[in-house]
Design a protein around this ligand. Structure first.
Ligand SMILES: *Cc1c(COP(=O)(O)O)cnc(C)c1O
Length: 399
């Protein structure tokens, strides 16, 4: 018996993540297949002609569509509650496509200043080369978003929580301003993950992910995804992706598709561990500041809890002794790895000032709160007691 689409939409999320989008081949495999093919064959020239005219269903070329990628996209769309999703080769190709497919020379973009480094490059350096102006604002300040609007403003772009200082942007508030200005809101939802925050429900138009992060969550491959309504995905995003070609490989789509089966379990473990580690760090001498959206001392805790269902997997904390102190702590960690990736099953620590944000000027870093003693911890799903012991030992090395 084949499950009809309405039944699938009514499944609860955990069921959708295990079974949604599954499209078995003629072999009736239990687990989703990797259809590793670039092209497809037709029974006749007439069938090929009809396929290209869109008169029959089926695949034509894997730059356009692929059965394994298609399963991943369908499962992601169910999870996000979005009409449609498109997979891409990386998170950055998702961001680039989501912005460039809808912008043209003369348009204007307003973006939050606290953005992933490469996203800032797209907004500040790349788009202006093609005549798209941009204004960076303090994303926390709704008045700043409102003041930045021009007649030509087409897109608002933001992430929340932000990297690495975990600032929260009021997605509903920003979306209201954008809608009044006739602009679309694109949200990079990587830090919250699709489990904790649903930007479309808060009024955003488009959601993008680096699937490399929590969605794979096991450090195995790159991938990205863009989600939105039919008009955006079919009329604007699809032609851009088809003709520029940042396609998700069937193998990577398969890794990500299977990873979605365990995403709720992993995110629950990430959040449980991170909440406990944040409280633990706050109680340690030698830790001068802890930023975690799930803690009541986070400056925007109330807003974070309004738009996210938990505090997430990331913690920013500052240690005494500036850069030297941060390096001493990172180097003394024995279990937690030094790595700039995040959302991984393995706990990873990075020093933003000298890695992910080293290209910014000292002043730009200061503006974002990226101090020399700041460390970003992506809390994994190991036993939390081992993580605490490792951190306690490392902090001891900085006494
Ligand atoms: C990692 C990341 C990206 C880029 O994703 P890639 O898969 O590395 O290309 C974009 N935005 C945020 C917030 C990220 O953390």
């Amino acid at each position: 018996m084949k499950t009809d689409p309405d039944t699938i939409r009514n499944w609860r999320p955990q069921t959708q993540l295990v079974r949604g989008g599954t499209n078995r081949s003629g072999f009736k495999e239990t687990s989703e297949a990797i259809i590793a093919t670039s092209g497809y064959v037709y029974d006749s020239a007439e069938e090929a002609e009809d396929r290209f005219k869109g008169l029959n269903d089926g695949f034509t070329y894997s730059r356009f569509e692929n059965p394994t990628v298609d399963m991943f996209e369908r499962r992601m769309a169910l999870l996000e509650g979005a009409p449609l999703a498109r997979g891409t080769a990386s998170g950055m190709s998702a961001v680039t496509a989501a912005l460039m497919c809808q912008l043209r020379a003369g348009d204007h973009v307003v973006a939050a200043r606290a953005l992933f480094g490469s996203c800032r490059y797209i907004v500040e350096d790349l788009l202006p080369r093609f005549g798209v102006a941009s204004t960076l604002v303090d994303g926390r300040d709704l008045g700043a978003w409102r003041a930045a609007v021009r007649d030509e403003t087409k897109v608002f772009f933001l992430e929340s929580p932000t990297n690495p200082t975990l600032e929260i942007v009021d997605i509903a508030g920003v979306s209201e301003i954008a809608r009044a200005a006739g602009a679309r809101v694109v949200v990079d939802n990587v830090f919250a993950s699709p489990m904790l925050q649903h930007p479309l429900d808060l009024g955003a138009h488009v959601v993008v992910y680096s699937a490399t992060k929590h969605i794979d969550g096991q450090g195995r491959c790159l991938g990205g995804v863009v989600l939105g309504d039919e008009t955006f995905v079919l009329d604007e995003l699809r032609p851009f992706l088809r003709n520029t070609g940042p396609s998700l490989s069937p193998f990577n789509a398969w890794v990500l598709l299977k990873a979605l089966e365990t995403l709720p379990l992993r995110m629950a473990a990430h959040c449980r561990n991170a909440a406990e580690i944040a409280d633990f760090l706050a109680a340690q001498s030698g830790v001068t500041r802890v930023l975690y959206p799930g803690r009541t001392d986070h400056p925007q805790h109330a807003l974070a809890m309004r738009q996210m269902s938990a505090g997430g997997s990331l913690i920013a904390f500052e240690v005494a002794g500036g850069k030297a102190g941060a390096f001493r702590v990172a180097n003394a960690l024995a279990l937690i790895d030094i790595s700039n990736n995040l959302g991984d099953a393995k706990s990873l620590v990075t020093h933003p000032a000298t890695t992910t944000h080293h290209r910014l000027t000292e002043a730009a870093r200061a503006e974002l709160g990226i101090t020399p003693g700041l460390l970003r911890l992506s809390v994994g799903i190991e036993d939390v007691e081992d993580l605490k012991e490792d951190l306690a030992r490392a902090l001891q090395a900085n006494r």
